[in-house]
Design a protein around this ligand. Structure first.
Ligand code: AMP
Ligand code: FE
Ligand code: FE
Ligand code: ZN
Length: 288
């Protein structure tokens, strides 16, 4: 394919969050930080919203780096949460916008239930505290965690998740999520490229075995899986090796990315994990 020297050394990070969902930096700050760290191509993939794109794109343009309009959609399979990354979706596609709104409404509506449980557990916060911590239209458990920190009940987000908010935790309340196969179809209809985020991070391994991933590739033309992610152990982990062999078997693109959340998640600095230039070329070619 004759990739030039410059292209071979491109730094590409396809998964980051800003405060329009549960990151802690403004969208423009994420872009400026990426540029400072030498990144060439950076996607903003806030949970269930596109609302950070305009600010991020302008900042990326100013810094001379390539902005990829992304999103991480909340989906479900077999009763577990699965995060689905989308690149290049038409952000005016009405059915997609409606579905994202439904997910975000579910995010907001569960907050009073989590707050009530926390009250019973002796760590009171208010719904207003939580909403105030969310910098945009996508409220999540990390904002509940931030309210617990602000009230002095826990030291940081990690402790809040460990004690109360983890999947199945005492104060965890589920939310509406799109069925995964339908979400892939909907995103394709909106012209997006679909990549399952951290498929074997945090328990989703149970519902995403090789056969299931293969079926999604065959029947729904899933485009890829994010393998190089901090939740999959070290670079040379057996888990990453197994996932690579699944991707090879089913012809899936393999991405890597930081899942940067600002100070909200330690060990996920921008560009701590990256995507190969050849893979990015293929994703870009499929974005319509
Ligand atoms: P939500 O989508 O609102 O239910 O919250 C899920 C988000 O919380 C994920 O996107 C992560 O950013 C964060 N998260 C999930 N589990 C943990 C954990 N154990 N520790 C810290 N953050 C977590
Ligand atoms: Fe998150
Ligand atoms: Fe995720
Ligand atoms: Zn993420």
């Amino acid at each position: 394919m004759g990739a030039g020297r410059e292209e071979q050394f491109m730094i590409i990070d396809l998964h980051t969050h800003s405060l329009v969902s549960d990151g802690t930096d403004r969208p423009a700050e994420v872009m400026r930080r990426a540029a400072r760290l030498g990144v060439d191509v950076i996607a903003l993939t806030d949970h269930d919203t596109f609302s950070g794109h305009a600010e991020a794109e302008a900042a990326a343009h100013e810094m001379g780096i390539e902005f990829v309009p992304g999103m991480e959609m909340s989906t479900t399979l077999g009763g577990r949460s699965v995060h689905l990354l989308a690149y290049g979706a038409d952000t005016s596609h009405a059915p997609l916008l409606e579905e994202l709104e439904r997910i975000r409404r579910g995010r907001t509506e569960r907050v009073p239930r989590m707050v009530a449980r926390l009250e019973e557990l002796g760590v009171p916060i208010t719904v207003e505290d939580v909403i105030a911590r969310a910098g945009g239209d996508s409220v999540g458990r990390p904002h509940v965690a931030d309210a617990l920190v602000a009230a002095g009940h826990v030291a940081d987000r990690a402790e809040a998740f460990n004690r109360y908010l983890h999947d199945g935790g005492l104060a965890h309340v589920g939310k509406y999520e799109s069925p995964l196969p339908e979400a892939i179809d909907l995103l394709h209809d909106a012209g997006a490229v679909t990549v399952i985020a951290h498929p074997w991070g945090r328990g989703s391994r149970d519902v995403l075995d090789g056969d299931t991933i293969g079926r999604l590739a065959r029947d729904h033309r899933l485009d890829g899986i994010e393998i190089d992610h901090g939740d999959h152990g070290p670079r040379d982990s057996a888990m990453r090796g197994e996932l690579r062999s699944i991707a090879r078997t089913h012809g899936l693109l393999v991405t890597g990315s930081s899942d940067y959340h600002g100070t909200g998640k330690v060990g996920h600095e921008i560009a701590s994990e990256t995507t190969a230039p050849g893979v990015w070329e293929r994703i870009r070619a499929r974005m319509t």
